[in-house]
Write a protein that binds this ligand. Structure first.
Ligand SMILES: C=C1C[C@]23C[C@H]1CC[C@H]2[C@]1(C)CCC[C@@](C)(C(=O)O)[C@H]1[C@@H]3C(=O)O
Ligand code: AKG
Ligand code: FE2
Length: 379
């Protein structure tokens, strides 16, 4: 935000036209001291977080050690537990995941090096309209209400042969030479996330009764998104949300939250918190995998709340298919009792839908399916 509108009483902001509201830029370093939060950040009553802390959810904790060491009995056990979790709320924790603890703590710590920069420096990476990558501060320029209380830096990761330095190059080219070390850490982190995602895809394939390598092969050449979430402290946390209620439109999310806590899942009609566990990754399937599973597994509704004590950080790796690969559930999951639910689509079309036409929420895939069918009937 241009600092001047921090001195305007929030009520006067609503006098701005929607395009003027969208042109505001919020500076997190100012917002975190503001008791009078701008009204664009105040969510409707039915979506505000309860002021009392949400009850903790017992999330299945799956030890990948045996599976990753090639023990078939452990693989079977892990795939059964993954399947059970996906039949319920779609979230599970993985431990003994093979990702180096020092790499995780570096990836967490290095986020501060970026988000604590002056806004003008962060804006070197400013997300451009309609694009999924870059720096976004409360999504100004994108939404005019229900603004999330967060800053994000999103960048692309590709598992294709000729893209082994994509993340490193992004940081060097966008932020300059002094960010080369940061780029190397996030390149290594994304490589580790890629390996872990493909392992989890094997367990998902086994749990659905398709050929074990089916989904692993489908995602071999993925074009994924890495997102750094930075949630500044908020003096009125009961009025806003760090990330609003949504299902991830992507295929699989591997999330590492810091020790602050704030991730919540909607289960049995109530919001339940997922306790921080620095040695574990939180894994959930997204809309695209729900389509690939022909609706057998559901992508899950979740959100992030903020607090009035400290900032919160999370690392979210979003596994996405190669852009032009057709997303279509395997024959084994389609029969007369389970007709095909979703139209075939490509991830690039679905991603464009979320970046240019629809703010992802709990109905994104449904809205997208209708949009695709309308587009097809018009041509
Ligand atoms: C494909 C994506 C769109 C979002 C980032 C990835 C996966 C999660 C999506 C998102 C976080 C869901 C909630 C709304 C959103 C706008 C956000 O709060 O960031 C979504 C992301 C986005 O469109 O930038
Ligand atoms: O920060 C979190 O804990 C959740 C963020 C999230 O759901 C997302 O970025 O899609
Ligand atoms: Fe999410």
């Amino acid at each position: 935000m241009a600092v001047d509108c921090m001195i305007k009483a929030p009520s006067s902001l609503s006098s701005l036209r929607e395009d003027q509201q969208k042109s505001l830029v919020f500076d997190a370093s100012v917002l975190q001291h503001e008791a009078n939060i701008p009204q664009q950040f105040i969510w409707p009553d039915h979506e505000k977080p309860n002021s009392q802390k949400s009850k903790e959810l017992e999330v299945p904790l799956i030890d990948l050690g045996g599976f990753l060491s090639g023990h078939s009995s452990s693989a079977k056990e892990a795939s059964t537990r993954v399947g059970e979790a996906c039949q319920k709320h779609g979230f599970f924790l993985v431990v003994n995941h093979g990702v180096d603890a020092n790499l995780i703590s570096d990836a967490q710590r290095y986020m501060d090096l970026f988000f604590e920069l002056p806004l003008s420096k962060k804006q070197r990476a400013q997300r451009k309209a309609g694009e999924s990558c870059g720096y976004a501060s409360s999504f100004t320029g994108r939404f005019s209400s229900k603004l999330p209380w967060k800053e994000t830096l999103s960048f692309r990761f590709s598992a294709e042969e000729n893209s082994s330095n994509m993340v490193e190059d992004y940081f060097k080219n966008t932020m300059g030479q002094e960010f080369v070390r940061l780029g190397k850490v996030y390149q290594e982190y994304c490589n580790a996330m890629n390996r872990l995602s493909l392992g989890i895809m094997e367990l998902l394939g086994m749990s659905l009764g398709v050929r074990q390598a089916h989904f692993k092969e489908f995602f071999e050449e993925n074009n994924s998104i890495m997102r750094l979430n930075y949630y500044p402290r908020c003096l009125k946390p009961e009025l806003t949300l760090g990330t609003g209620p949504h299902c991830d439109p992507t295929s699989l999310t591997i999330l590492h939250q810091d020790n602050v806590g704030g991730l919540e899942v909607f289960v049995d009609n109530e919001w339940r918190s997922i306790a921080p566990n620095s040695s574990a990754f939180v894994v959930n399937i997204g809309d695209t995998f729900m389509a690939l599973s022909n609706g057998r597994y559901k992508s899950c509704l979740h959100r992030a709340v903020v607090n009035n004590k400290s900032p919160r950080k999370s690392l979210a790796f979003f596994l996405c298919p190669k852009k032009d690969k057709v997303v279509s559930s395997p024959e084994e999951l389609v029969d007369e009792n389970n007709p095909r639910i979703y139209p075939d689509f490509t991830w690039s079309t679905f991603l464009e839908f979320t970046q240019k036409h629809y703010r992802a929420d709990m109905n994104t895939l449904q809205a997208f399916s209708i949009w695709v069918q309308q587009k097809t009937s018009r041509t």
